[in-house]
Write a protein that binds this ligand. Structure first.
Ligand SMILES: [Zn+2]
Length: 369
């Protein structure tokens, strides 16, 4: 994520919401609800919307630029450098600034995690993340300082708050401060305390018209991946696999592991027939994709295998899944067991599990599926 998320074009399915919220600010009541929640599954553009809106709210020229922050004024420059005095972000790793400016920046480097590469922090730490009561308390001086101008607090991965942190936040929600706005972001809103949810206004950011999603994905992929033409059937499939979330569909299309689905099928068949040993398959795949990606690939494949075994259509039309299952179908029990093992391995990955060991074990399980 770079600073451009503040100034990126508005996603087409968010236009109505943008107009609605910005006109509330530009004309009576001249304000937004005190606390807003952007919640729901990943890939719908929640964060894109929130950061863009925040940049606009803070922009000194917003009257002249109703469609998005100007990108030039002092406020916009502060955002770019990650030094905006009117913006506080929890956890600090969610601040959309480049790794370089994070490292060089005194104002935001009060957390040692910022020294790590942003990408790896995102990839490995979100699951292990906790927002503690002290983190929430540390926001209080900023929230209650008074003074001129709008101040904004962002609480990303809000479901990661401990109970004590959530209770501390509740107090803040119950005492709205003039000019202070809280933005909560959550991919798993079901894990948020109901008392928190009842005190924030949820932004309707879920649900994209299939036609709009289709057009957007087609346009963003430029109709090609690796110089191959992406057909409308493939786009429909990507969106289906991504539960209709356009950004997730695009990410999927670009993921290396997604391009290896046919290869996975070949490996599985070779393992089953004994033409290939699980150790050889494990060594081969370790060089192809890392374990977290192989887990995603295997999960997607097993879910689809299960669909076919249950007599449903395969969600993948571009690989020969049906043919592979013509002669042999694993039992539903075996599939369920392996799928739950995959989920356990995913969790274990956060505790420094040995990649090679987990890979070997998984190949063995696939051989006997
Ligand atoms: Zn500006």
């Amino acid at each position: 994520m770079t600073d451009s998320i503040y100034f990126a074009p508005l996603l087409p399915w968010q236009q109505a919401l943008w107009t609605q919220l910005t006109s509330r600010v530009l004309s009576p009541p001249h304000n937004l609800p005190h606390a807003l929640l952007a919640a729901g599954m990943q890939g719908m553009g929640k964060r894109a919307f929130v950061w863009r809106l925040i940049a606009w709210l803070l922009c000194q020229e917003r009257q002249q630029y109703p469609l998005g922050a100007c990108g030039q004024c002092q406020s916009c420059q502060w955002l770019r450098s990650g030094t905006h005095p009117s913006l506080q972000v929890l956890p600090i790793t969610s601040m959309p600034i480049s790794t370089e400016s994070q490292e060089n920046n005194q104002a935001v480097s009060n957390n040692k995690k910022t020294k790590t590469n942003t990408k790896s922090v995102k990839a490995t730490n979100v699951a292990a993340l906790t927002v503690k009561v002290d983190d929430i308390r540390a926001l209080q001086p900023f929230i209650y300082q008074g003074g001129q101008g709008m101040r904004i607090c962002v609480l990303d991965h809000a479901e990661k708050m401990t109970i004590a942190a959530a209770n501390a936040l509740l107090k803040t929600l119950e005492e709205p401060q003039a000019q202070v706005h809280l933005f909560l972001i959550s991919d798993v809103p079901a894990k948020l305390l109901p008392t928190i949810k009842s005190r924030v206004q949820q932004l309707p950011l879920q649900g994209v018209e299939p036609a709009i999603a289709n057009d957007y994905v087609a346009q963003e992929l430029g109709n090609t991946i690796n110089r191959e033409v992406v057909s409308s059937i493939q786009i429909t499939q990507l969106l289906q696999l991504a539960n209709g979330a356009p950004l997730a569909a695009i990410e999927l299309a670009k993921a290396t592991w997604y391009s290896k689905r046919a290869l996975w099928l070949t490996t599985w068949q070779a393992l089953r027939s004994g033409k290939r040993s699980s150790i050889a398959a494990s060594d081969y795949w370790q060089a192809e994709v890392d374990l977290p990606d192989f887990l995603k690939l295997t999960e997607l494949m097993l879910i689809d295998v299960r669909r076919v075994c249950l007599g449903l259509d395969s969600s993948q039309k571009d690989i020969a899944l049906l043919a592979a299952l013509e002669k042999y179908q694993p039992t539903d029990n075996a599939l369920e067991t392996l799928l739950s093992q995959l989920r356990q391995t995913k969790t274990a990955l956060q505790q420094n599990v040995q990649e090679k060991f987990a890979y070997d074990k998984l190949m063995q399980d696939l051989a006997y599926l």
